[in-house]
Design a protein. Structure first.
Length: 230
């Protein structure tokens, strides 16, 4: 498992200070919509300047026509990020077009697909996708696997079934991790590190439990210690 810390603080200065405090740790950093729209490419450069070995996951969840998605994917690859994501519901052709466009690169970022957004409840999900969340997440995961993606974003609770339906090496990245049973906040289904490990999650994502703790550095060190022992 590799820990992903979400940089979800409200300003570039605060996010960079958080990254600075974590600079000697072997972690991934998640850069989302808000930060990227506000702080852009220079923010990525600033993170790499703090520690060139930081791995960066650009969480922009691309969804558009296939050619436009592939254009964006090509630009993302130039940013020197290590992983980004697209929406699985963009479809198989979009997946293939994105992967084909990245195929010529010597080193390309990992590409994940978002299966079901965790904000959906079962009923509102069905209104759009006409299937239940579990069934559709697995179907989206199979489609992503068959079209050459590296993995999916899913909840801890879907990780095992997705690996069974695809491959044990097909990556799962799961938000909603509360390493030591911290407050769930607005997350509906949260999991501990032990459960994430048991369900085969490759990338547990932790936001608030780290950046809201009194000592984020100590918190991350403790998470890494527990992960190493699992
Ligand atoms: O603070 P917390 O640990 O809940 O943060 C989880 C992170 O993962 C946030 O950046 C949130 O936007 C993101 N995320 C999520 N659920 C998804 C996709 C992303 O919680 N399905």
């Amino acid at each position: 498992m590799q820990l992903v810390v979400a940089l979800d603080l409200p300003s570039a200065e605060e996010n960079l200070a958080l990254a600075e405090s974590l600079k000697d740790q072997d972690i991934w950093l998640k850069v989302g919509f808000r930060t990227y729209i506000r702080d852009g490419k220079s923010f990525i450069t600033s993170l790499k300047a703090i520690n060139p070995d930081f791995k960066i996951f650009l969480d922009l969840k691309l969804y558009d026509i296939p050619n436009t998605m592939a254009d964006a994917a090509e630009e993302i690859a130039k940013l020197d990020v290590d992983m980004f994501n697209i929406h699985a519901s963009a479809g198989a052709v979009a997946m293939q077009t994105v992967m084909d466009r990245l195929a010529h690169l010597e080193k390309r970022p990992l590409v994940l697909a978002v299966t079901a957004l965790t904000s959906f409840d079962e009923e509102s999900f069905r209104m759009i996708y006409e299937k239940g969340i579990d069934e559709k997440a697995e179907q989206f995961a199979r489609m992503s696997y068959e079209n050459g993606l590296d993995g999916v974003v899913c909840s801890t609770f879907e990780s095992r079934a997705i690996k069974d339906a695809t491959s044990s090496s097909f990556l799962t990245l799961s938000p909603g991790i509360r390493p030591f049973g911290e407050d769930a906040g607005d997350q509906q289904r949260v999991a501990t590190l032990e459960l994430a490990a048991k369900e085969g999650v490759d990338f547990p994502v932790v936001g608030r439990p780290v950046y809201r703790s009194e000592d984020p550095r100590a918190k991350v060190a403790e998470i890494l210690r527990v992960m190493a022992a699992l």
